[in-house]
Design a protein around this ligand. Structure first.
Ligand code: PEP
Ligand code: MN
Length: 335
């Protein structure tokens, strides 16, 4: 349920109403926008007397929200959310590029790529230490050692780190990681979602291989319900019948999610296509769609990459793409 307050309501009156609602066992999410204050009520609202609340002179309107996702719902929070990662902001017009290899392989590799993507203008460094691989015989990542190498790359470049956690037991190792990625395969690992929901750290939540937008938002809801509202959503392609590309990039998802949620939305054209030459055009299309950022795989030697070399850009290709992305951003943000 949402309660929209009248313009210029005194804070004291607002707080009295919030206290009263909390006394009824509800969680109240206050969204103080530039023009409107919205109280989002979560919990058993079936016994709340809507007519009574509506009759209060500080209340403009009361509506029931039938969508199962509440905290991530734009109706609860009309303004775009900005997720802050150190000095880097994501969302509400703040566009970010996260770049780096699929997996961390060696210190030289991750530091070389980190320096290259930083020079090209990337805002954060990606690199998998714990890798979810389809085959148990493929490279599984350097695990804790990979996280240590990422920290070296961060110390050398200042780039915040984005890396995937696959299990609750590994979470203590991620203390120095700036953004924890929940990968597509773990989008519905509810125990993991609940665990990262207790952290005070941004979470990059990737859409599952065959999941609807509602399911993606319900997974975001798991994280937010635990108190962590710093969630960034990521469209990374979904499974369809075509197999020329690794997945099918669902760009309409960006516009649809924009209507449904206030959370930032980024796009991964690397896993969406699986083919390096398709990454620049899809990155540009994603940028033009108005998403809040991109996550792109970049490798200094894609031919010898231990994971996803076929979809990795070389640093020079990434640099060229960054120039194009910037020009598209300039066009779509000009008044
Ligand atoms: C990744 O980003 O390294 C990754 C494995 O992506 P996804 O979970 O989208 O497949
Ligand atoms: Mn990859």
């Amino acid at each position: 349920m949402i309660v929209v307050l009248k313009h210029n309501v005194q804070k004291e009156k607002r707080d009295q109403l919030v206290d009263w609602l909390q006394d009824q066992g509800l969680t109240v999410h206050v969204s103080q926008g530039d023009y409107q204050t919205v109280l989002g009520l979560v919990g058993d609202t079936s016994r709340v007397d809507m007519a009574l609340i509506e009759s209060l002179n500080i209340v403009d309107s009361v509506k029931r929200i039938t969508d199962p996702f509440k905290k991530s719902n734009r109706k609860f929070h009309p303004d775009d959310t900005i997720v802050e990662v150190g000095d880097v902001k994501v969302g509400k017009g703040n566009f970010v590029v996260i770049a780096g290899p699929c997996s961390v392989e060696t210190e030289e590799q991750i530091v070389t790529v980190a320096k290259a993507v930083k020079a090209a203008g990337a805002d954060m460094l990606r690199g998998g230490a714990f890798k979810p691989r389809t085959s148990p015989y493929d490279f599984q990542g350097l695990r804790a050692e990979g996280l240590r190498l990422l920290e070296i790359a961060k110390a050398e470049t200042g780039l915040p780190l984005v890396t995937e956690c696959m299990g609750v037991d590994d979470l203590p190792l991620f203390e120095n990681v700036d953004v924890i990625q929940i990968g597509a395969r773990n989008m519905q690992n509810y125990e993991l979602l609940k665990a990262v929901g207790k952290l005070d750290k941004p979470i990059l939540l990737k859409r599952g291989l065959a999941n609807t937008l509602k399911e993606l938002l319900m997974s975001a809801e798991y994280i937010m319900a635990g108190g962590n509202e710093k969630v960034i959503l990521c469209e990374r392609g979904i499974r369809t019948f075509d197999d020329y590309t690794r997945n099918t990039l669902d760009l309409a998802a960006v516009s649809m999610l924009r209507e449904l949620t206030h959370l930032p939305i980024i796009v991964d054209p690397s896993h969406a296509t699986g083919i390096a030459r398709l990454v620049p055009p899809m990155a540009m299309a994603a940028t033009a769609s108005g998403c809040d950022g991109l996550i792109i795989e970049v490798h200094n030697d894609p031919m010898h990459a231990l994971c996803d070399g076929a979809q990795s850009l070389r640093p020079d290709e990434f640099d060229k793409l960054m120039g194009r992305v910037k020009r598209i951003r300039d066009i779509i943000t000009e008044e």
